[in-house]
Design a protein around this ligand. Structure first.
Ligand code: FAD
Ligand code: COA
Length: 413
């Protein structure tokens, strides 16, 4: 696997950097302060061709790969976290699931929306099913040629601004038998029964709403079921497989935030003088900056490898283990790097007149959303040990079965 970027990729990265260092950087503080969705930035992303980069040419997109998209995401996030996240959701997650699993009609619908500036919402988490996502209770019940969805999601990124929604729900046939977990496509404004609930007041990433979504007899026609290759039975596994692209994207936003914080710290250290010389001349800070650069290079290499793993081993999506490893490493690296970079600014780092506290607040999210650092460690451990672990649903059930068998044996003795 080569880590050298091609000339085209270097050009793409340079183009993204120009845009990010211009309008995106200029708007960043105001986006955070106003907590308003950055429609101007979306317009700029759209005009630059950065919305729907991974959409194939036959659907009107440029047909770029996940690494290309992540190059753009990193640049955006290094100036504005929310804009980085918009670039993720316009290129990974729901849109990549539709591009790979959808029917022609679904692909056209999703491609047209995203290329026109929509950032789709992916709706998995419920109040009682966060890490244990497979225990969701939102129901999709078959009625003739429709599914009727009832339930509630929360922490949905883009609630109230996204148009396309990919909704995960437990599927039941007309006799009431459960078939598995499926994905359903709904367009806000066109589907009755999709209601946007309350918005969370968040610590960071304030330019994008995180809201509840309430489904009240939401009718989805059969042709808007996103059917993964092995049907509903393994629908959850297949949909989560597509979600690995978004995990790499989320890791890349964390990388961008850390890279932006490092860039600011490096520049500031050359300008700020104390004891009659630039603070960059103090070894204590030099080693902090060196450590930051090491962490950034390592994180970038891991994420690029994860992004490039898509298309190998028979899957169009990044390898699940690499995606989890990349997000764990980068999200934790970003906590350290944004905090250390803030330290380089002294009191100014703590001021809302400088970007450092915003970058640190924004970075704090990435060990939580999209699979917590603990859950992703479980994903990695279960794959390297090739086993269901006690802390997962099946592992827990297996342990309970063993315990029950032991109790029966003891009773029989
Ligand atoms: P819980 O699952 O309740 O976990 C609480 C704590 O317990 C965590 O520290 C967790 O790591 C730990 N824990 C849980 N189980 C285990 C275990 N087996 N072993 C060890 N530790 C464990 N969801 C969506 O569907 N769509 C979105 O667009 C979306 N966007 C989000 C945006 C933001 C900003 C945030 C913060 C969240 C978003 N989420 C979204 C939800 C996110 O995916 C969940 O928050 C996440 O999966 C964790 O679920 P939870 O918050 O319910 O925590
Ligand atoms: N990529 C590919 N396959 C995946 C996957 C992923 N990211 N996550 C789960 N699967 C597959 C599993 O391999 C398993 O397949 P198997 O039956 O062949 O072993 C199947 O899906 C069920 O997963 P399992 O780990 O057995 O389920 P669980 O009920 O114990 O739950 C998860 C664990 C998957 C829900 C948990 O690891 C997880 O990812 N939680 C975070 C949810 C999240 O990221 N939400 C983000 C919302 S934006």
């Amino acid at each position: 696997m080569s880590f050298d970027l091609t000339t085209k990729q270097l050009d793409l990265k340079a183009r993204a950097r120009d845009l990010a260092a211009g309008i995106i950087a200029n708007n960043a503080a105001e986006v955070d302060k106003s907590e308003q969705y950055p429609w101007d930035n979306v317009k700029a992303l759209k005009e630059a061709g950065f919305m729907g980069m991974t959409i194939p040419t036959e659907l009107g997109g440029p047909g770029l790969n996940f690494l290309d998209a992540n190059l753009v995401v990193e640049e955006m996030a290094s100036y504005c976290g929310p804009t980085g996240r918009i670039a993720v959701e316009a290129n990974m997650g729901a849109i990549s699931a539709v591009v790979h699993y959808g029917t022609e009609t679904q692909k056209r619908l999703a491609a047209d929306l995203v290329l026109d500036g929509d950032k789709p919402a992916i709706c998995i988490t419920e109040p009682e099913a966060g890490s244990a996502a497979s225990q969701m209770t939102t129901r999709a019940e078959k009625r003739g040629d429709k599914y009727i969805i009832n339930g509630k999601k929360h922490w949905i990124t883009g609630g109230g601004v996204s148009r396309l929604h990919l909704i995960f729900a437990r599927v039941f046939d007309e006799r009431g038998s459960e078939l598995g977990i499926g994905g359903f496509l709904a367009v806000r404004g066109e589907s009755e029964g999709l209601k946007v609930g309350k918005r969370e007041p968040t610590m960071g990433l304030r330019g994008i709403p995180e809201t509840e979504l309430i489904f009240e007899n939401l009718e989805i026609s059969e042709d808007m079921v996103l059917m993964p290759p092995s049907g509903f039975k393994r629908g959850f596994a297949d949909l989560m497989n597509a979600y690995n692209s978004q995990r790499v994207g989320a890791g890349t936003v964390a990388l961008g935030l850390a890279a932006g914080a490092y860039r600011n710290a490096l520049n500031f250290s050359k300008e700020r003088e104390q004891f009659g010389r630039p603070i960059a001349e103090f070894q204590g800070l030099q080693w902090m900056l060196a450590d930051m650069s090491v962490q950034l290079e390592a994180a970038r290499a891991l994420l690029h490898k994860a992004a490039l793993s898509a298309g190998h081993n028979g899957s169009p999506f990044p390898d699940p283990t690499l995606a989890a490893q990349g997000k764990i490493f980068t999200s934790e690296m970003a906590l350290k790097v944004t905090t250390d970079a803030l330290q380089v600014f002294g009191a100014r780092g703590y001021s809302r007149n400088y970007p450092m506290e915003r970058l640190a607040r924004d970075a704090r999210m990435f060990t939580i959303g999209g699979g917590t650092a603990q859950i992703l460690r479980t994903v990695v451990a279960s794959r390297i040990l090739e086993s269901k672990l006690p802390q997962t649903r099946d592992g827990y059930t297996k342990l309970a079965e063993i315990e029950a068998a032991r109790t029966d044996l003891q009773a029989a003795e």
